[in-house]
Write a protein that binds this ligand. Structure first.
Ligand code: HPA
Length: 271
């Protein structure tokens, strides 16, 4: 990790205040960054090249709304065959260069009945159904063995996002994200099960990154873009290209929200 952090640090012109992780089809916010410095994952030691179409695999550093940010365009997923060590490497590297705020986005299926393609959900809690945890193994330096997860998503950051959404006339509803491994989408019976388990949206990412981030003392904001109603809730079949396309179209609203949040971001405690 130190290797990647050192390479990344040496390439950055200033200290970013937050890491923004952009999910499937949501990567175009990175193009809006001013004074961009691009660091492809292939330039970083131990960063494999991500394999999913629509995920670029690079860090973009620069200014968004005048604030210094680091954007992660593309991410590693468990379903690509990566270990959670690899999945969480970008977040851990960001933490190692001193970033203490994580803003993570994803594409998700809407389980709750009021969610439709294009809905935005402020993740207020999660359920880990990947049955793996990125902290398994020897504890990392400075991280507790049994980190608290009673508040994985930062209440203040989430309230800030709600205020920004209200100001911009964007509907942002709170919800519980459940992470599954994929890559097959859920069956209708699985979606009914996930609903009973208390999940509002379902996706294949985010939870490992948030666990690693919280363990390392980062504060997290999570936003899901609902790209489809979950399986069995509509007569249409699920199709990855459609998920990416809805992400691209509805991504403009998420982009406005993220810009507003970044502009209003106060320094993380301890910064
Ligand atoms: N299920 C799981 N992951 C997803 C979905 C879904 O319906 N949509 C986007 N990512």
């Amino acid at each position: 990790m130190e290797g990647a952090a050192e390479v990344l640090r040496a390439r950055l012109s200033h200290q970013p205040e937050a890491l923004l992780v952009l999910g499937s089809g949501l990567g175009h916010l990175a193009d809006a960054v001013v004074d961009a410095t691009i660091v492809p994952f292939s330039d970083l030691p131990d960063f494999p090249v991500p394999s999913v179409a629509g995920h670029a695999g690079r860090f973009v550093q620069g200014r968004l709304e005048g604030r210094p940010v680091l954007i992660q365009q593309g991410r590693y997923h468990l379903y690509e065959g990566h270990s959670l060590d690899v999945v969480t490497r970008p977040v851990r590297t960001a933490r190692a260069i001193g970033i203490r705020t994580l803003i993570v986005t994803n594409a998700a299926g809407g389980i709750r009945r009021d969610l439709e393609p294009g809905s935005l959900v402020a993740i207020d809690d999660h359920v880990n159904l990947q049955f793996r945890n990125p902290l398994v193994g020897a504890p990392r330096a400075g991280e507790p063995r049994f980190p608290d997860m009673s508040a994985p998503y930062d209440a203040e950051l989430t309230a800030l996002a709600q205020r920004v959404a209200l100001d911009l006339g964007i509907r942002l509803t709170p919800g519980v994200y459940v992470a599954v491994t994929g890559p097959s989408y859920e069956t209708p019976a699985e979606v009914r099960m996930l609903e009973r388990l208390g999940a509002d949206v379902v996706g294949m990412s985010t939870v490992p990154e948030v666990i690693a981030a919280r363990s390392a003392g980062m504060r997290c904001l999570g936003v899901s873009l609902v790209t489809n109603v979950a399986a069995g809730r509509s007569p249409v079949r699920l199709d990855h290209a459609e998920v990416v396309e809805v992400g691209r179209r509805a991504g403009a609203t998420l982009e406005r929200l993220l810009r507003g949040v970044v502009a209003a971001l106060a320094p993380a405690p301890g910064d």
